[in-house]
Design a protein around this ligand. Structure first.
Ligand SMILES: [Zn+2]
Length: 494
């Protein structure tokens, strides 16, 4: 069944000159209807009208047009007829976009009567318009298209085709078939080595240290080595991961089922258009294809390593309930040498806040660790610096508070006055109109006072009173503190 949308539009200018112009809504309608009734197929169709009066053709948001496009999306319309293209859209790039991409995609036939254009006559639904931006799809349709792409991707994945962007460390994309994984023989042994170390009882940290000390190439460094993967390698900012192994990198490898020859997908869905939001699915929803590609690690080894990891993880959680979260500085301190965030470890005696032990994980991994200042000393120093710079005198703050109190008092008086005036009105001493006027005046003054109170509030806050060092206080003034073995090297303020 053909469901026709007739689109009629006149602009503000034309509307004002109604009668002079031959392009009235009526004349547009007559031309289109005449065309429809002379077509054997179209004259049997359902017809619906969409009208925009007083909108220019370059405005893309028009109520009539919006309604029409909504129905197209709902697939309630499969044919659009206009008198000429400029009635529909003045922007040719956008027009071309509709004609070349959106309407063919939605299965919509488009007819511009006076232009002699009918999309069903075009070869492959293309157009003769000068369209440079074929790929620009209108926002209206991007969501639908994104869903279709996701479905297509899922089908490819179900056939065991590797469609995720970057193959994991140890694998390469087959140069003959971009959807196939082949073993990267140059580094595959490193994967086997990592599993072996874990099974021998080394922790994630120790394993990372061993890899670093032996100069084993990291995943990122390998990606950069391989031509063509540069764009991926540069996507992440961290310079640390580039050359240094960390515990989390080792863990990622140990948990990646790809190494057993299994292709796992549907772990998460990422919307390409909806802000790139990633939705993680529960493991029950993962889909696995076994023997999809050559395995580097046997299933047995993989499971054993997983078990070892789990039991160690449980122990480490029990053992390291650290208290560094109590430290107001924890999120602000970085290593002056490498820029990496300083970790706040638990003390050697393991109980008191006093025992917070500062270290740079990055430097430790490189065996270039410096002995960092004692935590309490650092805290004291930061406190002194902040007080020096931002603490305002108490008398000055008192002055602001007094001033503010004055406005509070004034407001008290105003509301007292309001009460009195209300009683005057109630007992017939003043008229209702008078009372309302007085009441409005009092209200206005009160609001003005409130604004002053708020302004002073802001001044008080900015005047800063640094009595104790809390995370909020530090965060208000400081962005980053760089430290070395010598103490504070540099502070970046907000
Ligand atoms: Zn460092």
């Amino acid at each position: 069944m053909i469901n026709i949308a007739i689109y009629l539009r006149i602009s503000v200018l034309e509307k004002g000159n109604l009668g002079h112009t031959e392009d009235t809504i009526n004349s547009q309608r007559n031309i289109i209807k005449n065309f429809i009734f002379n077509d054997q197929e179209l004259k049997k169709a359902n017809i619906e009208e969409f009208i925009d009066e007083g909108y220019s053709g370059s405005t893309t948001s028009r109520p009539g047009l919006d309604k029409l496009l909504l129905k197209v999306r709902q697939q309630k319309i499969n044919c659009i007829i206009v008198k000429d293209m400029s009635r529909f859209m003045r922007n040719y790039i956008e027009m071309g976009d509709y004609l070349e991409n959106i309407f063919p995609f939605m299965g919509v036939r488009f007819i511009a009567v006076n232009d002699g254009y009918d999309s069903s006559n075009e070869v492959q639904n293309g157009t003769e318009l000068d369209i440079q931006f074929k790929n620009l799809l209108n926002d209206y349709y991007s969501r639908d298209i994104s869903e279709k792409m996701t479905t297509a991707l899922l089908v490819a994945k179900k056939q065991g085709k590797y469609t995720s962007g970057i193959p994991p460390y140890g694998y390469l994309k087959d140069p003959k078939d971009n959807y196939k994984l082949i073993v990267d023989e140059k580094v595959a042994d490193n994967i086997r080595y990592i599993f072996q170390l874990i099974l021998e009882g080394y922790s994630l940290n120790e394993t990372a240290k061993i890899l670093n000390s032996e100069g084993v190439i990291t995943a990122r460094a390998r990606r950069q080595e391989l031509k063509g993967y540069d764009s991926y390698a540069n996507r992440w900012e961290s310079t640390v991961e580039q050359t240094i192994w960390s515990a989390s990198m080792v863990r990622r490898i140990l948990k990646n089922e790809t190494y057993t020859g299994t292709f796992v997908f549907n772990k998460s869905t990422k919307s390409k258009l909806d802000g790139g939001k990633v939705i993680y699915h529960p493991e029950e929803e993962w889909i696995r294809i076994y023997d999809n590609h050559e395995a580097i690690i046997s299933k047995e080894t993989f499971d054993k390593a997983g078990k070892a990891l789990k039991s160690r993880h449980r122990n480490s959680i029990r053992g390291s309930k650290s208290k560094y979260k109590n430290s107001p500085l924890a999120t602000f301190v970085r290593c002056n040498k490498c820029g990496y965030k300083i970790r706040f470890g638990k003390s050697s005696n393991g109980k008191e806040l006093i025992g917070i032990n500062l270290y740079c994980y990055h430097c430790r991994m490189l065996e270039q660790e410096e002995k960092l200042p004692h935590y309490k000393e650092l805290e004291k120093e930061v406190f002194e610096i902040l007080k020096d710079r931002f603490h305002t005198d108490k008398t000055e703050k008192k002055k602001l508070l007094n001033e503010q109190k004055g406005f509070y008092d004034k407001n008290d008086q105003l509301s007292k006055k309001k009460r009195i005036e209300f009683e005057n009105y109630k007992f017939g001493k003043i008229s209702r109109e008078d009372f309302i006027e007085i009441k409005n005046q009092l209200q206005e003054s009160t609001e003005e006072n409130n604004k002053r109170i708020e302004a002073i509030d802001k001044d008080i806050k900015e005047s800063g009173s640094i009595e104790t060092l809390t995370e909020d206080v530090v965060g208000e003034y400081i962005k980053t503190i760089y430290i070395s073995g010598k103490g504070i090297e540099k502070i970046e303020y907000n």
